[in-house]
Design a protein around this ligand. Structure first.
Ligand code: G3I
Length: 458
């Protein structure tokens, strides 16, 4: 029996020795106090990515046995000038985004492992330099450079304070109500006018030495329901329209410089008048009647016709110009023509814009580029405004401005931008996808598009 016990003890002793030797060979220290022992080394494979003006990402390889890591970012290779909070900042994962940095600055990143509560040495520092801030666009005020015509902006009565107000007063000297000087707002129900928002806009413009361009007395897309469904006779309808025009224009005599008396009266791609309630109830001479009533209400107000696609739709433009020629021949009061200019960076070409503008200025009329916006994403093939697309948009703004700046002085009236911030543009809802058509981004920052206008004014 004793002999057996001796043999068994020898076997157990030998087994312990084997375990000890194996644990040494596996690079791990023998179990002591219940802790596995690993090589106390810093991480390898440190990689820097996603470098911006103010941030970058750093990632590293896992270290066997590491409970966590400590990240240090400093402005010097000796890691003495640490960047708070990245000084031995604990990180359980294998990477972090380092943010709130200075642009154009070189940083040094070092990582250590913590294993069983002990810190390894620091890794060799990785060097990274943040990007330089893009040169800011020049912030010269547009109205200070457009000395031979007004710089216009579409406006809402809710924009007369705050940052919108600041931009308006700084850069513009002509306002067009984006929607609050249309019949559906000013004449919401029969016999009841509501000029409250018009008064606010006109008061603001006068207080800030800005023109007001009235838009638009008659427009099929902003006609109140009670007018569309007018229950009286045609004669009563015509009397109502005459009263509406004379009430509105005379109210702002001497305060509203000009009116789009009729907007978008012609069908697309044809020479026909749109089939609107005004055509049906007043006859094919309704536009002439509206222009004459406007003149009777204010002998000095400038009377405009306004429409879209006037550059690219030769048939529609031809019909509108023919109407104006007839008015001029018959002394029907008309002073100007508005090209809305809802275009894109892809076109129309500068030469086509110039040649069609000449059709108007050759007739001695005022020309208003009345609703300029330039889509940067007409084909919906970008999800953010790239540098390249912003440059193309800028180039088109420059072309449009160069054309307008080159028309004869006696035809110059205003170059009006249809909206302030990209995110506020009507185009986003209309086309149902993202775009950046205007001069300012959502934070009111000046875009390259704004510089395009400045360069077009040089
Ligand atoms: O601001 C109010 C908001 O407070 C309210 O909650 C909301 C819902 O009622 O309405 C908002 O006002 C809207 C306004 O746009 C501002 O977004 C009006 O309802 C809406 O009718 C108005 O649409 C305008 C549209 O003409 C109709 O008047 C667009 O802003 C304006 O860009 C557009 O402009 C037209 C030109 O007049 C003529 N040429 C085409 C151009 C684009 O359609």
């Amino acid at each position: 029996m004793t002999n057996c016990i001796n043999h068994f003890s020898t076997f157990i002793y030998s087994l312990l020795i084997v375990i000890f030797v194996l644990s040494c060979n596996s690079g791990e220290e023998p179990m002591t106090g219940g802790e596995m022992m690993f090589d106390l080394v810093p991480p390898s494979g440190i990689e820097i990515s996603a470098v911006s003006e103010t941030s970058f990402r750093v990632e590293w390889n896992r270290v066997e046995g590491a409970e966590y890591y400590e990240v240090t970012v400093a402005r010097d290779m000796q890691l003495d000038d640490g960047v708070v909070p990245y000084i031995d900042l604990r990180e359980n994962g294998l990477g972090i985004n380092v943010i709130n940095l200075q642009s154009s600055t070189t940083y040094y990143v070092s990582i250590r492992s913590v294993i069983n509560g002990e810190e390894s040495s620091l890794s060799n520092p990785a060097e990274v330099t943040t990007l330089s801030e893009p040169d800011p666009e020049p912030d010269t005020a547009l109205k200070d450079v457009a000395t031979t015509f007004a710089m216009g902006m579409a406006v809402r009565s809710s924009w007369l304070t705050g940052q919108h107000d600041a931009v308006l007063r700084r850069e513009y000297n002509s306002l067009t109500a984006e929607f609050e000087m249309k019949m559906n707002i000013m004449y919401p129900s029969e016999g009841r006018f509501d000029f409250s928002r018009v008064d606010a806009i006109v008061d603001y413009a006068e207080a800030n030495d800005m023109h007001v361009h009235g838009h638009a007395l008659i427009w099929h897309a902003a006609t109140p329901d009670w007018v569309e469904n007018f229950s009286g006779t045609d004669e009563e309808f015509e009397e109502m329209v005459e009263d509406y025009i004379k009430t509105t224009v005379s109210r702002y005599q001497g305060r509203v410089r000009s009116w789009d008396v009729v907007n978008e009266a012609f069908d697309d791609g044809s020479g026909n008048l749109r089939n609107t309630v005004f055509l049906r109830r007043m006859g094919s001479d309704y536009i002439e009647k509206c222009y004459r009533w406007t003149r009777e209400a204010d002998p000095d107000v400038l009377i405009f016709y306004n429409d879209y696609n006037m550059v690219i739709d030769d048939t529609k433009r031809g019909a509108a110009v023919a109407m104006i020629d007839d008015f001029i021949a018959r002394d029907v009061p008309v002073d100007g023509f508005g090209f809305q200019m809802h275009i894109s960076y892809q076109g129309p070409s500068k030469s086509k814009i110039a040649s069609t503008a000449k059709e108007i200025t050759d007739r001695g009329l005022l020309l208003h580029f009345s609703e300029l916006d330039i889509r940067a994403n007409p084909n919906n093939n970008i999800s953010s405004l790239s540098e390249e697309r912003a440059e193309l948009q800028k180039a088109k703004y420059k072309e449009v401005t160069e054309v307008y700046n080159s028309i004869p002085d006696q035809s110059k009236f205003a170059l009006t931008i249809w909206g302030m911030r990209d995110n506020e543009s009507w185009l986003l809802d209309f086309w149902g996808h993202i775009d950046w058509p205007l001069l300012y981004d959502e934070q009111f920052n000046i875009k390259k598009a704004h510089t395009g206008i400045l360069e077009g004014l040089e």
